[in-house]
Write a protein that binds this ligand. Structure first.
Ligand SMILES: [Zn+2]
Length: 648
């Protein structure tokens, strides 16, 4: 009786906590702890504050899994370090469907409650600041399953007939099969994953298979151990009647790397995929050259086959539905981008998916040829422009929506396209690859946000990417261009008018490459676009026959029109001085005659002057206007020119 009263007293504050939790269902800062309000609310706010209390160091999953069911039972030991002077209550996540049988702390059952997919344990005695402690959770149950992101799934392969059970924890579903701290910013420093299953089966997981131990008649335990830091969602297991197929990669300057594949033990399955599997070695060698050494070299890379569409980049052992060039290069590249460096919040999923999709482009470029790569990136850009809006960055309010995080058009394709645009903007491949390598070195075994990559790119290239990130990463949409060009005696004049697909981003600043084709040979020029209307005039002594825009497909843009204008209707050119000023002179280009309309608009588009004039030279009296930016346009029936004037 006495013991019961004690338990109740201990539970009172925790139960009060969960009352609050049930009342507040606002998932305001779900798992984006860096983005939470100063006083985060609801379940995740409470978890957030508890998650600040300890650092995870190590986990040991010792679970029983079978190929035909998602039933899971066993225990998970967690080692952690207290970040509080006296840590008395520790919380972690585990869905309610899984029943906690006991929590053992210092060799004795501890008091705990388990509700709202969260468990909190009383640590008695409390843990002092900086001290390491451990606890083990015994549990069992059958989680709900279904869908791509469901924590744990089981199925029969329709192609090969094999039963398979596999886990997929990204982004919030590790707690659907094991008790864990789902915090991207706190990687487990190392992990053991022991899976007991029927002797007909193998269990694949992270790190190295250190032993297969018989534990009972008809049962054996696969004992995997990894000594590399690992995010909670990258810990995995897959169970089936697998055969093992092992090859090695030989990246330059590194020891050979084990590539361990668990393929269904079905007639014809291995031979069907063998050449695709063998190619993994070439992909790994290429990426090691482009990105830097394979990050998990002392363990392995590998695949576990499972019945899912696509794949998942589980650290050192991707889980995949099939094998092909695109999928396998994508998942492998995640070892660098996603696993070694992990997005610090789900808002920054670009660092995982945009980069892995761009790695597919790089693999195509270096292994299949430029033509194939061009086709790939053009497809990516077209897909991006199939809708007018959407940002690569996931606003914190949208990260509870799994399909927004993993939006194929935005996180994958637009993410890859803007990385390609950064490469183009640098005008120098060695700077681009140096940026990738330095970013990996700086944030390896840890986490980063999108602007961390921006900072590295700026440091390496000595360029400013603020406008680029505001427009392409945080901003939405794409530029729409209307281009006209003409030639007079010795000059080429190009006029570029830019509108955008959404008012969210009213202007994009970027360099547009143009290939000029002319009799004496082709030449590449670069037009810097930084205003709604831009004129470029350049000396050219040979007639230009035609123009090809963006021949390397660096940029996302829609070309609305590209016209050659005959001399008679050539766009007007004019000079302005002084600008800024209050009395500004202008002079129209040589050869201009006739009447024209002169308009001045303010920055909001309101017209402040509109009149017909005849003289080639004139004065704009801006003195009565407020200081600021205005647009001067000069228009004839055949053409129009716009320039920015600053009233000062
Ligand atoms: Zn991916």
């Amino acid at each position: 009786m006495r013991r019961k009263i004690c338990t109740l007293l201990v539970l009172m504050p925790l139960l009060a906590l969960f009352d609050v939790l049930q009342a507040q269902q606002a998932y305001i800062c779900k798992h984006d702890f860096r983005k939470c309000d100063a006083e985060p609310k609801g379940l995740n706010g409470i978890l957030h504050s508890f998650y600040q209390d300890y650092d995870v160091r190590f986990c040991h999953l010792d679970l029983s899994l079978q190929k035909h069911t998602v039933f899971v039972e066993g225990s998970v030991k967690t080692m952690a370090v207290s970040k509080k002077p006296s840590l008395q209550t520790l919380c972690f996540e585990l869905i309610d469907t899984l029943v906690i049988d006991s929590v053992i702390y210092q060799g004795l059952p501890a008091v705990f409650i388990h509700a709202a997919d969260t468990a909190c344990v009383q640590l008695n005695p409390p843990v002092s600041l900086g001290d390491t402690f451990s606890f083990r959770v015994y549990y069992h149950g059958t989680p709900a399953t279904g869908g791509f992101f469901s924590g744990i799934s089981t199925a029969v392969s329709t192609q090969w007939g094999n039963e398979v059970t596999w886990t997929l924890s990204q982004p919030y579903h590790a707690s659907h099969w094991w008790p864990c701290k789902q915090d991207l910013t706190d990687k487990y420093d190392s992990a053991w994953i022991f899976i007991t299953t029927d002797t007909c089966c193998r269990a694949g997981s992270n790190g190295l298979l250190t032993a297969v131990t018989p534990v009972a008649p008809g049962k054996h335990r696969h004992e995997w151990k990894t000594r590399y830091p690992i995010a909670y969602y990258l810990i995995s297991a897959a169970v089936a009647d697998y055969q093992e197929y092992v090859i090695y990669a030989h990246p330059q300057g590194q020891d050979s790397i084990l590539i361990q594949n668990y393929i269904y033990d079905a007639p014809g399955c291995l031979s069907y995929y063998k050449s695709d599997l063998d190619n993994t070695a070439f992909y790994l060698e290429l990426f090691a050259e482009l990105f830097g050494p394979y990050p998990f070299a002392s363990e392995k890379y590998g695949h576990c086959q499972a019945h899912l569409g696509g794949g998942m980049e589980h650290q050192t052992m991707s889980t995949v539905g099939a094998f092909d060039f695109g999928l396998n290069t994508h998942e492998l590249s995640h070892m660098w981008f996603g696993d070694y460096v992990t997005c610090a919040t789900w808002s920054d999923i670009w660092l995982n998916e945009g980069f892995a999709t761009y790695a597919q482009y790089l693999a195509a470029q270096y292994l299949a040829g430029q033509q194939y790569a061009d086709q790939f990136i053009r497809g990516v850009q077209q897909y991006v422009m199939s809708e007018p809006g959407g940002s690569v960055y996931i606003p914190p309010g949208q990260t509870a929506d799994v399909w927004r995080i993993f939006d194929g058009r935005l996180s994958y394709n637009k993410g890859a396209a803007i990385l390609h645009a950064i490469r183009g903007a640098m005008h120098n491949d060695s700077l681009f690859f140096q940026t990738l390598k330095q970013f990996l070195q700086q944030y390896g075994d840890s986490v980063a946000v999108g602007t961390d990559f921006k900072a590295v790119a700026e440091q390496v290239s000595n360029m400013n990417f603020t406008a680029f990130f505001d427009e392409w990463y945080f901003g939405e949409g794409y530029p729409i261009l209307d281009i006209s060009w003409s030639q007079d005696a010795d000059s080429l004049i190009i006029r570029v008018e830019q509108s955008t697909s959404t008012p969210v981003t009213p202007l994009f600043h970027f360099d547009l490459e143009c290939m000029l084709f002319r009799g004496t040979g082709d030449s590449l020029i670069r037009l810097h676009l930084d205003a709604p209307v831009k004129f470029f005039r350049m000396k050219t002594h040979v007639a230009v026959d035609s123009i090809k825009l963006d021949p390397h497909y660096w940029n996302i843009y829609k070309l609305n029109s590209l016209n050659k204008i005959h001399e008679a209707e050539a766009p007007i050119s004019f000079t302005l001085w002084p600008n800024p000023g209050s009395i500004i002179h202008y002079r129209l280009g040589p050869g201009f005659s006739g009447k024209y309309r002169l308009n001045i608009c303010d920055i909001s588009g309101r017209q402040v002057l509109s009149e017909i004039r005849y003289q080639r030279e004139g004065i704009l009296d801006l003195a009565p206007l407020a200081e600021g930016i205005y647009f001067l346009s000069i228009e004839t029936p055949g053409s129009k020119a716009v320039r920015r004037v600053i009233r000062q």
